[in-house]
Design a protein around this ligand. Sequence first.
Ligand SMILES: Cc1ncc(COP(=O)(O)O)c(C=O)c1O
Length: 354
Amino acid sequence: MVEAMQIPVQQIKESKLGQVDFSNLGFGKYFSDHMLEADWENGVWKNVNIRPYQELGFLPALSVLHYSQTIFEGQKAHKDENGNIHIFRPHENWKRMNRSAARMAMPEVPEEIFIDGMKQLIELDKGFIPSGYDESLYIRPFLFATEETLGVKESSSYKFLILTGPVGSYFSAPARIYVEEKFTRAAPGGTGAAKTGGNYAASLLSSAEAKKQGYDQVLWMDALEHKYVQEVGAMNIMFIIGDTIITPDLTDGTILNGITRMSLLDIFKDKGYKVEERRISIDELVAAYEAGQLKEVFGCGTAATISHVKELKYKDLVMEFDVDTMKISADMKKFLLDYKENLHGDPYGWLERV
Ligand SMILES: Cc1ncc(COP(=O)(O)O)c(C=O)c1O
C-alpha cells in the first residue's frame, strides 16, 4: 500500500496546449500533456509516476489483448467561475473501479494512487481545463493485465493509467432508440455491473445496427426473459410514469451503478418526488404510454448528464414523445450541470477540490 505521497513527475519538454482548439473540443479528441502510471506486480504497487502522454511498449502476448482483463472509469473535473477546479464525486468512481476489479479478479487501486494521483495530475495539466459552461476535463482511469502469456488465468501484473483531456459541452439531440430483441448486454452472474471493456465490445454490433437503421442507441433488455428494461449504451435509463420516477434496480448485477443515476435519485428524493428502483417490464411501459401516463424518458450518465428520448420503438410500436414537455428532467439536467459548475455551493458535498 502506498502512503499519501508526492508522485515523481517527468515534465513534458514542449506542451501541446497550443494545439488545442478550445472552440471545437468534441469528445476524446485531445489529451493533456501528462499521464499517471502505476504498476502492480506480485501484490505490490510500484513505479507510481507522472510522465508525458506517450506510447507504451508491449509485446504481442500481452494478456489483456487476448482475454480482455481490463476495467476503466470515466469522470469529469470542472473549472468554476473563480477558476477553482472540482472533480465530481471521484470517490464513487474509485469505489466502482474497485468493485469492477474484484469482479474481474484484478487488484484494487489504492486511494492514494487513484484520488491523490488524479488530483496531482489535474493540477499539473490544469491549463487544459476549459472554462465554458458544461465544458470539462474528462478523466479516464484504467487498469489492464500486462503479463506476457497466452495462459488463460488472471494476470500476475497490471498497469494502471490515468489520462485526461478537455471535452466540450455535450449537446445531445433527443435520442431515438429501439428495444434490442436479439442481443443482450448482461446476464445475472455475468459482468454487467463491472465497467470492463468486454461489455462494451459486445455491445458494438447492436449500436452499429441501430445507427444503420437511423437510431442512436438500443435499449437493452434482461437476458433471461427479454422482458425487463436494463440500460442504454453508456447511460442508465429513467422513466416518469404519472408522477413517479422509475429506474431499473441494481439487484441482478446486470446494470452499471451509474454515478449520475445515484446522484439524480438522491436529488429527486430530496426534492420530494416519488422515486422507485424496481424491475420495469416493456409491457408496463407500453401500457403506460397507451394510457398517456408515460411522461418522460431519459438516459443519464457522465457524458450528457441527461439525454432525452424522443422515440422508443418496440416491435411495430413506435412510441413518440414531445421532449419539450419533459420539464422535470430538463430542470434536473440544468440543476446537475449547474451543480458541477459549482453554482449551488455544493449542498451534498459532491465536489472535491483539486
Ligand atoms: C453501461 C453504462 N451504464 C451507465 C453509465 C452511466 O454511469 P455514470 O453516471 O457513472 O457515468 C455508463 C457510463 O459510465 C455506462 O458505460
